[in-house]
Design a protein around this ligand. Sequence first.
Ligand code: CDP
Length: 806
Amino acid sequence: MNDITPTSAERAAKLEGMGCKRKRVEDIRFVQGKGNYVDDLKLPGMLYGDFTRSPHGHARVKKIDTSKAAAVPGVVAVITAETLKTVNLAWMPTLAGDAQMVLADGKVLFQNQEVAFVIAEDRYTAADAADLVEVEYEPLPVNVDPLQAMADGAPMIREDLKDKTEGAHGKRKHYNHIFSWQAGDKAAADDAFAKADVTIKEMIVYPRVHPCPLETCQCVASFDKVRGELTLWGTFQAPHVIRTVGSLISKIPEHKIHVIAPDIGGGFGNKVGAYPGYICSIVASIVTGRPVKWVEDRIENLSTTAFARDFYMDVEIAATKDGKVTGLRCYTIADHGAFDACANATKWPAGLFSIISGSYDFPAAHVLVDGVYTNKAPGGVAYRCSFRVTEAAYCIERAMDIMAQKLGIDPAEFRMKNLIRREQFPYTSAFGWQYDSGDYQTALKKAMETVSYAKLRDEQKAKREIFKRGETRELMGIGVAFFTEIVGAGPSRACDILGIAMFDSAEIRIHPTGSGICRLGTKSQGQGHETTYAQIIATELGLPADNITVEEGNTDTAPYGLGTYGSRSTPVSGAATAMACRKIKAKAQMIAAYMLEVHDDDLEWDVDRFCVKGNPERFKTMTELAWAAYHQVPPGMEPGLEAINYYDPPNFTYPFGAYICVVDVDVDTGTTKVRRFYALDDCGTRINPMIIEGQIHGGLTEAFGIAMGQEIHYDDEGNVTTASFMDYFLPTAVETPHWETDWTTTPSPHHPIGAKGVGESPNVGGVPCFSNAINDAFAFLGSTHIQMPHDHWRTWAAAEKLGLHA
Ligand code: CDP
């Protein structure tokens, strides 16, 4: 070897594989405005659809007259439930085993519900004509309070289910009851409470919020009558699931449905489910014989497709007087709106909510969740969350603070005492989850040291004295949160969607010149998959990441996959990618052995090549082997270099993090300044540290929005009062605090590259951290729990309640 021969490390760096802060390749088109989104699609003869929607929260539909709308020049057709009944599509199955009206059938159950679909030559004509559909309503009593849903005499939301005593998940207790679901050991938890020195109990509400991606939900349906084939372009986080469900609903054979998800401008769970807009566009294309585009506006997005959370959690913790937790109980009412369209794995009507014991070693725990119908929009998606993990993390993190306060122990110290210890991993929780790996104390210690936690507490103590003397009107709050996530749905034994087991897939084809393409069943909505999957391949195969195209979102070319949500892409498809690479590498090794005339076992891998053991001068690079795969394979071997892997993970992965936040609250105005926010995340092996940082920044910004101001609010008449960004808080760069990020690395022992998911961690951990900070500011004045969102008005009101304005 001469001294200009690059070293292994130099060759590895050139590949831009795992661990490299590789620039996002997709941004080249995004920053030039060359992205290709659904609304960019223009097909010859394309029509546009728009909805007539209900102004009422609950009303009987007596009559629909479409004649005026149909007479508007440019209107091609108007569809109502009666039209849909002719093709048996007036109702559609939901992912949760319920049925949902596509268009109002006899009743409307929430404000802005879809009543009629107008199809016209252009979008504006469709919108104008939608206003001319005349609907005669008879208003009915409304209920938007989930805590009253099962009261005697509560308005019956679902008359179609009146006589159904069994739901998709067992017995129904009331006509507005959807399901009861429980986990853990009730007797053991009750016993822990009977023996406890100290207990706390608090109703913790996680309000209804919305993922509100920049790009709303939209699609273009184009039915080819001659071939009997449907092509559906759309904002789909899970294109294959849309194809399968579309086939089951429409009875169009699955091979004749082509689902394409082009670039997507944010999803966050909003684009997982199937919506009336998709069904109506498909029917409209079949009826008119022309392509039909449907694009939601912002009001429609916020008020009709996919809300998140709306959990009312009555939580209790039992502990010894020296601060060791002994039991956890939580009774929850989950508001699912008018139809149960919750996007959860079939077996888990309350998602993975039983991760509620969080990062702590609870010997006994029990949860019971009742889902109920109300006059609100359906949905219940995992908004940047793995199926209700966010609700669970918020609940346990607030409850831990409340217990620490009652015991008079510092909340960080209380957590440190109860965190699962490193030697306990793999750790089986009281709910039966097997946490794969973790080093929680090290993470919390690092977080506390980095922010000089002890000094912050000293400063807070001094400031409280100044406040008590009346020399300041500002309170300092320190929020601590430690979270454990459960991501990577999932092991197919635990998770399926409508019977489709939750695995994922990757197909890699290496071309003769050593470049290649990787096709996957996941779908990026901004997470940078085109960049990061290529990095996994670069490291696994020793080919430059720049030489690998990553393609997602086309059901005709990608192997079957369950899509991207719940931070599952890295844990599942990232693993499938690595495993497919390993199949390719095994074949390449045989070719190398043949070419070098040695046994396979006499070769060793070095970054981008197979070398003869003990004789590194004799080698074949992966690029050479790719060429050989197409013209010099050993006798009897098939030519070509490609592989597919369907990966069914043996377990979830359990990322975790320690977050600390410092706020200053003005008690006279309720204004809160976020002085500092520090986020330490551990997602196992890090593929692209820059992308991870971006994911953390984005998720923390969402957490800030949720904790500090967001709520999809309904008034008593069922009017949604927060259906635009005038009323629904979406933080801009002006309000968003500065984020400090950090990490530890505890690889997952069962994942081929040791990686865990990360995308939703900051949303999961950020919300309780902000909320704990606000609550901590007021805690020394005797306040136990202030409900979210912590907007200026509510924070001012909390101060008022404590008599601070007297
Ligand atoms: O499923 P989703 O893409 O939303 O979430 P994810 O698997 O957590 O990945 C989000 C982004 O972070 C992707 O670009 C991943 O490749 C990247 N990531 C990473 O670089 N290292 C990890 N250990 C996990 C994710």
